[in-house]
Write a new protein. Sequence first.
Length: 133
Amino acid sequence: MARNKLDDNQYTPSFSGHETFPLKYGWLKKVYDAVASREIHNGSDENPNLFKSDEAIAIFGVGKNMVISMKHWALSTGIILEEKKGKSIISVSDLGHFLFGKDGRDPYMENPNTLWLLHWILTRNPKKTLNYY
């Protein structure tokens, strides 16, 4: 019987992906906007290269390593989802639409409750962990 996640053979924690960058203000909204606009044009983002292409540097206005970090934080907070069925499909989550959508509740993350919610999501996700707990 597993006493914690590390005792479970199926558990694969991830301690990397943020490229040493902390979550920065505005990143989640930028990722939401980029992925949502691709969903409108393509039905869903079947081009996971959004975060790997040179175009991403221009779209997000940051360097290559920060683009990787932005994807990590958006996945870790549940703003976007990544399904791997043969090829990777990236889509906006219900939470992403709820916060940042056309009628989003807090697109500029001004409400402290939004920050608490995102913090809680970050700490409860054992696969995309910031530390061992």
